[in-house]
Design a protein around this ligand. Structure first.
Ligand code: SF4
Length: 441
């Protein structure tokens, strides 16, 4: 069970020496209880406190990295059931499935799609994650041929699906050292697959007939010193949701440590609906046949929305941005660094087909209205941004157009910065008519 702040406090030395970076032992205890600190930050913990706090603050769901290099991805290490309690840390990997019976051309095409498909949304590149190769042929040679074709690019994380250890071993000889995920591991092949895990350091996907069977398999792997495990909960949508919910609850409460592993979901039968269910309900690796572009985009967008920190607005880097190819006489618009604000305004400015400057100030990702109310957007922040981003070097006028919601600041901005202020519209959609009708330029 996760310890509460007062339980943690009882284990601390209570010196209030501040060496951990907190003012008191109690504030340090509260931080640990929220999963925001490391026990090691206190140098005075005795061995018992270290052991108890270490077990309590360790992620209840194992962290696992799949693949090597720039396309490797990490799953697990989650602490909460509901996203709004804190955040979900590691988004599920979406992995496209191929059969070892597919033609070479078709295998290459799927690998290319995974490698190259990208949706850029609010300034972030959303990517697919890997390729799953399934041994439908039952032949080690055929299976390793498909794995070799996918591996040629050398960068894509792999999921290898072959219950026969002899078939699996052929593929591991090719890619075993590149941290693939392999399975399904059942009571019939668990001994051989544990040997693979020890030899190659691969992650095993455990498949039980039911949850007690899955827990038994998990304990067996642990007894064989294999810790990188995933739980295969693939099944009908209803069954998946029930079991994924239950295992997550039991893992988070640390009541059943055998379920403290990321969830694997094979959506090869259900396609997009299975992918969506997996994203919404705790899957960490989702295997699907290649999706149509609109389906893929929908899945990537949904994943991005769920796996962003709800306490941290998505931000872009403050700076002076160009819309088109602005010159020294062009207009300068100002707004905040909340990504949605920036990209919305950018879109409307581009639609005017006029080049202009866009000065983005740091409001810690708050929207204009919130930033003004919270004092994060003020005359001093704006003056500093003008100086920091050398606005005066880029234009030969001193006029800023600020968002309509920032109108209460206009006088103070002029006073402090020495720049003239024009109050723009509240709604970015009105920017084109504002330029034509109000500015008449
Ligand atoms: S370093 Fe340890 S003893 Fe000192 S304030 Fe922090 S928790 Fe307390």
């Amino acid at each position: 069970m996760a310890l509460k702040a007062l339980d943690i406090y009882k284990l601390l030395p209570k010196k209030n020496c501040k060496e951990c970076g907190d003012q008191t032992c109690l504030t340090f205890a509260m931080k640990l209880a929220q999963g925001k600190g490391e026990p090691d930050a206190c140098p005075y913990l005795d061995d018992n406190a270290k052991a108890v706090l270490g077990a309590s603050t360790r992620p209840p769901i194992q962290k696992i990295t799949i693949g090597m290099g720039s396309r490797a991805f990490t799953v697990g290490e989650e602490f909460v059931f509901y996203r709004h309690e804190k955040t979900y840390y590691h988004q599920p990997g979406i992995v496209y499935l191929i059969s070892d019976m597919d033609t070479e051309e078709s295998i290459r095409e799927v690998a290319r799609q995974v490698r190259e498909n990208c949706l850029t949304r609010i300034g972030i590149d959303l990517l697919l994650n890997g390729v799953a190769v399934r041994a439908d042929s039952g032949s080690g040679e055929q299976f390793s041929r498909a794995v070799r074709i996918v591996s040629e690019g050398g960068d894509l994380p792999l999921v290898l699906i072959a219950p026969d250890p002899a078939v699996m071993e052929k593929a591991l000889e090719i890619c075993g050292n590149y941290a693939p995920v392999i399975g399904p591991v059942t009571p019939d092949n668990v001994t051989e697959f544990c040997e693979f895990a020890r030899k190659y350091g691969v992650t095993l996907v455990l498949k039980g007939d039911d949850l007690p069977g899955l827990a038994t398999l998990s304990e067996k792997c642990l007894s064989q010193k294999v810790q990188n495990l995933m739980l295969d909960l693939s099944g009908s949508s209803g069954r998946y949701v029930r079991e994924a919910t239950l295992t997550r609850q039991l893992a988070l409460s640390r009541e059943v440590t055998a379920f403290g592993y990321p969830v694997f979901m094979d959506a090869s039968e259900s396609g997009l609906s299975g992918v969506v269910t997996g994203i919404a309900k705790f899957a960490s690796v989702i295997v699907t046949p290649p999706l149509q572009k609109p389906e893929m985009d929908a899945a990537l967008v949904m994943r991005q929305n769920i796996y962003t920190d709800p306490q941290k607005p998505i931000q872009i880097t403050p700076g002076l941005y160009r819309i088109g190819t602005p010159g020294k006489d062009d207009l300068v618009f100002l707004t905040v660094n909340f990504s949605l604000t920036y990209f919305t305004l950018q879109g409307y400015l581009e639609a005017t087909r006029r080049s202009c400057w866009l000065l983005i100030v740091d409001t810690e990702g708050m929207s204009v209205l919130t930033a003004v109310a919270a004092g994060k957007l003020n005359e001093f922040v704006i003056k500093d941004a003008i100086t920091l981003f050398k606005l005066a070097d880029e234009v030969n006028h001193k006029t800023l157009i600020i968002p309509g919601y920032a109108s209460p600041l206009s006088g103070r901005i002029e006073e402090v910065s020495g720049w003239n202020v024009i109050v723009g519209p509240r709604d970015a959609a009105e920017i084109a008519s504002f330029i034509e009708e109000e500015l008449k330029v």
